[in-house]
Design a protein around this ligand. Structure first.
Ligand code: NAP
Length: 257
């Protein structure tokens, strides 16, 4: 991380969960951080931005939001560009770090039949969304090794579960992230592989103790991760200017169980 400079951080999917926790941690721990959170829901963003402002250390940080729905493949490129453009305007300069945690939940897996629709929905926000950065990254980001893109994935891409099989389409996040690292260098690109993390995404299982115990059993720590624990993985990617083109596992050891 470059010292004595502004760190303009855009979190796409920052209105809740891991994205919001990452924005909060960046404000606390990265010097000179300004944060824009983006998602499709203005009410959630307004509330989240207020939370960030009340929690942020003093120091005149820019904390703001940009509304943008990136789930429509036909308009996605323009929709992402609009988010990046509005963010640079609000920052008054280029973006240093893009954290991509946008992704919506499907119906509960036990009721889900793997379907093409689910695979398409999942890949549109999680894979094709950040893929726009091949073209847009250099235009809107500071072109140094102190800049980073960090995108999100889950253990299911390496350890498929039948009911979650459509999500394995997200496995292309790995070549996407490595491709971004090569094509946007020296801007860095890494991806985080998440185990079960307690966020609104997991709330569809609220009250389903059997499912929660199953998640815990699929880890070495025998826990469900917390959003602020997951945020540490994104901070590492942002902070360590010698880490690029790699995978950061934050899964309680899920892939070893
Ligand atoms: N939590 C886990 O156990 C877990 C495990 C593996 C992988 N992951 C992945 O980690 C990422 C973050 O998940 P999370 O647990 O933090 O979930 P979350 O709390 O539900 O956050 C998802 C974020 O994505 C945004 N979003 C959803 N649809 C969008 C759209 N069409 N356009 C723009 N933004 C959109 C949501 O905001 P709006 O609703 O306001 O649009 C929200 O800010 C996701 O990609 C998820 O698949 C999570």
């Amino acid at each position: 991380m470059a010292q004595n400079k502004q760190n303009n951080v855009l979190v796409v999917g920052g209105s809740s969960g891991i994205g919001l926790a990452t924005a909060r941690l960046a404000l606390r721990q990265l010097p000179g951080t300004n944060v824009i959170i983006s998602s499709s829901n203005k009410d959630k963003l307004t509330k989240a931005a207020e939370e960030l402002k009340s929690d942020a250390p003093s120091g005149g940080h820019i904390i703001d939001y940009v509304v943008g729905d990136i789930s429509h493949l036909d308009t996605q490129f323009d929709d992402v560009e609009a988010i990046l453009k509005a963010s640079t305007e609000k920052f008054g300069g280029k973006i240093d770090h893009i954290v991509w945690t946008a992704g919506s939940a499907s119906t509960p897996p036990q009721e889900d039949k793997p379907s093409h629709k689910t695979a398409l929905q999942s890949a549109t926000t999680r894979v094709f969304g950040p893929a726009t950065l091949f073209q847009l990254g250099k235009m809107y980001m500071t072109d140094t090794r102190h800049s980073s893109i960090t995108i999100s994935s889950g253990v299911a891409i390496y350890r498929p579960v039948a009911a979650l099989a459509p999500y394995t389409a997200g496995a292309s996040i790995e070549p996407l992230s490595r491709g971004l690292a090569v094509s946007l260098a020296p801007i860095r690109s890494n991806f985080v592989v998440l185990g079960a993390v307690q966020t609104p995404l997991l709330e569809r299982f609220a009250g389903n103790e059997e499912m929660m115990e199953w998640f815990k059993s699929r880890s070495l720590t025998k826990t469900i991760g917390q959003a602020d624990e997951a945020a540490e993985a994104y901070l590492f990617s942002m902070r360590c200017a010698y880490v690029t083109g790699t995978r950061i596992d934050c899964d309680g050891g899920n892939l070893l169980v």
